[in-house]
Design a protein around this ligand. Sequence first.
Ligand code: DGY
Length: 322
Amino acid sequence: MSAKPVILVTRKLPDAVENKLAEAFTPMLNPRDKLYDTEELLRLAEEADAILPCHTEKFSAETIARLPSRIQAIANFSVGVDHVDLEAARQKGVIVTNTPDVLSDATAEIAMLLMLGAARRASEGERIMRNQQWKDWSPAFMVGRQITGKRLGILGMGRVGQVVAQRGRGFGMTIHYHNRNPLDSEQASGAIYHDSVESLLANIDVLSIHCPASDATRGLIDAQRLAVMHPDSILVNTSRGAVVDDDSLVDALNSGVIAAAGLDVYNGEPDSIHPGYRELDNVFLLPHIGSATVETRDAMGYRAIDNLVAIFKGEAPGDRVA
Ligand code: DGY
């Protein structure tokens, strides 16, 4: 029997996933969940036939060019693939896969949490409670905004965007969206299509960002576009920080161009995010936990394993992106 392919797993995965991986492969695990730098990653990759990374490992064109020729695939434990230079992978003949679908529900839950948290001033309320600053109740105390019945704008109506739309309908929200192309009427379920970002932003109360980070979307939400939004509106982002220009958003939140924001993803995360966000009361901040549920983490791992199994059988993996 030929030896099992060796898979370099860059982060600690759920035990069930690591056990399943070991059925078909020889995993090189990272039980202490150490964050490898590029040199360490490249050194460990010398022993492996494929890599199972997270978005925390960056595969620039230069890193991909230096991957040992033995590496056949980068099977990501993520739906987002902006951490991998896909063109460089194509050129080197390294297959790249992701894990779509399985995190849509979990991410949509966090999008709703951010909407509610931003609209109902959850950060301020939490802080008041934890700091023992709650001294009184009055009709004017901690008054926020309601999302029920409002217009929800989805920027990027892919898998996650469509689940968020469904959840929004549960709150009686009217769904508006902008996408490269309109959805067919069954998928759209009555959602109103806007053929430009500006048209979407001008006609909504809550914006939920679901487009991937790419050269086309980097800094898409900038000062000019924020200025189109209604002053009572709320922005939430569970996609990638790169879609938002941070200086513009911090200014907009400070000056009342928009009312509030809920963010789970950031430029420079985890430790170099825009300092302005921490100063603002009208933002509700979470640490990139959109897909962080037990169910979803397992499902992401199994999906990455399915992709690897197909690749090493010489078949087309279900989730090939390069
Ligand atoms: C994803 O899957 O892209 C999540 O953001 C975690 O990486």
